[in-house]
Design a binder for this molecule. Structure first.
Ligand code: 6R9
Length: 634
């Protein structure tokens, strides 16, 4: 993929200009470097007002041919995936491109034998083990739409995701290892499936050897089916715009949004951005610490790296197990060259002694990456000084589940970095800042709502089953433009700094949590009348959650401590432990506008202990509650 490679700032500006002046030519030139059954008739068709976009119209391809088959001649024996288990004493596995081909074909045949066909949805609820990568790719090979659900989500969150896109099958395991815990994934699946009539089959991977119940006629161990499956499987012919996967993200109403990504544009964009931003070279070993249950894992553990024939590390564990040196031990062990993680992990490790870092040889590192939330200055410097030894550029990559790939980010060794800045838009990305009157803000040293004004190949095409919601959420606030939900500033040289969400989404430990689904969970507690959740700054997690809760007037006698515990239990059950509240305040009322909307702006200020200037409260229906809430804030 040599075309439009960026190696210097000067080259970046040249390539960027071309990508804006002639986007169709630009992307078709890059697309030429991939394997197609049939080339496209037209590069781009779009109507952003209608949230309609098509790239590489009528092109035919299969993404696994591009991620696996085409590498076999040259790189068959090269390691595609290094699997680093949770337990450091368990041996790492090196899966070559040849092995990966065989495994994916076998799994593809198992899925076909079990009745899965092109267009069917397969839910994947697996820990970070090789079978997760293999199942994702096997779905892509046969044209089934994968819906990976992060294995930290609860029973009801899993059920909601299965129901929404009516999956036919779940692929899970007998359990998962995470640090010193084992997680009973199969138990969670069994619970979820009580309300999921669309599921006919559950395939179960053996990982922990836990003794688990298997439901007759529905559950099957994967191993025996897999053993006898053939290692050849013809890749389905997919249209450029055929769905590749659904991945759920939180929204500002309770129901998760199933973001739908399609085949060709997603492939080309993740491949191009991976190669450039991380400056991946043939012998490099790249490690992204995300879970494949999130978009970062989809695009930058699997598809982007594999499309480039890269070696990508897949890590089952956590940064603190068996000790705080684990990340650095793995970097040293596998001679990692590009390391990509989240600010929340950096902050947690920066709290510990630097001896954990200096104990290991990190001299293989060339590029460091950050993703998931704004990285604060202190964490940036710690990462730069102690991990990168001041010689590795930090690529602070801003993007979203919805964007499919990196959008605003330095290109390593080309773009000069600046702490806390995601810097410049990647080629093909046209960001704009908008003011409250929906006008584009020109010039530099300005702040506004971040929008993108021209389509890029990996943008989500819709929300599964609800195009209207897609259009309303992303294309109606600023008609004709994609609205990201983030605020940003543009500095004097045109660098972007993301300032955070401007909507009802809170990023906790890099996880995108909608406040509405958490409120819905809390409101199910019999003692709760109403609730409002906001984020407040937290040293390690970036943001933590603060709940304002009104209790029903039933003469509630349970003590507040018990209630707090129970409410968090409800959240754990409905969403997962990641969404637990750090602080809970029981209040008599919530500040509301005359139209009945909770004024979260005020609650956010109270939660952040920033009550000096609450702004205009005159439009409130009940200004008196504000004083009361401030007085009793926790
Ligand atoms: C890739 C991913 C998207 C939201 C996004 C923004 C925040 C992500 C960031 C960042 C500042 C960065 N975000 N990367 N904020 N700097 N480098 O995280 O996708 O889970 O959908 O979250 O995360 O607020 O809008 P997703």
């Amino acid at each position: 993929m040599g075309v439009y490679e960026v190696k210097s700032l000067e080259q970046y500006f040249k390539v960027y200009k071309r990508s804006v002046r002639e986007p169709r030519k630009f992307w078709s030139k890059i697309a030429e470097d991939f394997v197609w059954y049939k080339k496209w008739d037209k590069v781009l068709e779009y109507r952003l007002e209608e949230a309609e976009v098509k790239w590489f119209v009528n092109g035919k391809l299969n993404i696994t041919k591009n991620c696996i088959d085409r590498h076999l001649a040259k790189r068959g024996d090269k390691t595609a995936i290094i699997f680093e288990p949770n337990d450091p004493d368990e041996e790492a596995e090196h899966i070559t491109y040849n092995d990966l081909y065989n495994r994916v074909c076998k799994m593809a045949n198992v899925l076909r034998d079990q009745g899965i066909r092109k267009g069917d949805r397969v839910c994947i609820y697996l820990p970070m083990i090789p079978e997760l990568a293999v199942t994702v790719l096997a779905c892509a090979r046969i044209g089934a739409i994968h819906s990976v659900v992060f294995a930290g989500f609860s029973e009801s969150a899993l059920a909601a995701r299965i129901q929404d896109c009516e999956c036919k099958m779940v692929v899970t395991s007998d359990g998962g290892f995470r640090g010193n815990k084992t997680i009973d994934l199969k138990g969670i699946v069994d619970g979820a499936l009580e309300t999921c009539p669309s599921i006919d089959k559950v395939l179960v991977v053996k990982r922990t050897n836990a003794d688990i119940p298997m439901k007759e006629g529905r559950d099957e161990w994967l191993a025996p089916l897999y053993e006898k499956a053939s290692t050849e499987s013809i890749a389905e012919v997919m249209d450029a715009e055929d769905p590749l996967f659904i991945l759920y993200t939180s929204g500002s109403t309770g129901k998760p949004k199933g973001m739908l990504h399609t085949t060709a544009g997603y492939m080309i964009y993740t491949a191009y951005t991976f190669k450039n931003v991380f400056q991946y070279e043939e012998k490099d070993v790249y490690w992204c610490t995300a879970d494949i249950g999130w978009i970062t894992g989809h695009s930058y553990i699997l598809y982007g790296p594999l499309a480039n024939g890269a070696t990508t590390v897949m890590f089952e564990g956590v940064p603190s197990y068996p000790d705080f040196g684990r990340f650095w031990e793995v970097v040293d062990k596998h001679k990692v060259t590009q390391f990509y993680t989240a600010p929340t992990a950096i902050r947690a490790l920066a709290k510990e002694s630097t001896d954990w870092v200096t104990k290991y040889d990190l001299s293989s590192l060339k590029v460091l990456g950050s993703v998931g939330e704004p990285i604060n200055e202190e964490a940036w410097h710690w990462y730069n000084d102690h991990v990168g030894n001041k010689k590795c550029p930090i690529v602070d990559t801003w993007w979203q589940t919805e964007t499919g790939g990196l959008m605003i980010s330095p290109i390593a060794y080309a773009t000069p970095t600046k702490p806390t800045y995601a810097t410049l838009p990647l080629p093909g990305v046209q960001p704009v800042l908008m003011d409250e009157k929906r006008n584009e803000i020109e010039g530099n040293q300005v702040v506004g709502s971040l929008c993108i004004k021209f389509p890029w190949p990996s943008m989500a095409r819709t929300i599964w089953g609800d195009h209207r919601r897609y259009k309303e959420t992303y294309f109606s606030a600023f008609p004709g433009k994609y609205f990201t939900g983030d605020g940003a500033l543009r500095d004097e040289v045109g660098y972007y700094r993301i300032t955070g969400r401007v909507d009802d989404v809170v990023i906790v430990s890099g996880h995108n949590l909608g406040t509405a689904p958490i409120e819905d969970a809390i409101n199910e507690h019999p003692a709760v009348a109403e609730s409002a959740i906001v984020g407040f700054p937290h040293d390690i997690k970036g943001n933590a959650l603060y709940g304002f809760i009104i209790l029903k007037e039933t003469g509630e006698t349970r003590n507040r401590e018990n209630l707090t515990r129970e409410i968090n239990q409800y959240i754990s059950e409905h969403i997962g432990p990641i969404a637990k509240l750090d602080k809970i305040q029981f209040v008599s009322g919530l500040p509301k506008t005359r139209s009945g909307k909770i004024m979260r702006r005020i609650l956010r200020k109270i939660a952040s202990k920033d009550t000096a200037n609450l702004g205009d409260t005159s439009t409130l229906l009940n200004p008196e509650v504000v004083e009361d809430i401030i007085e009793n804030a926790v």
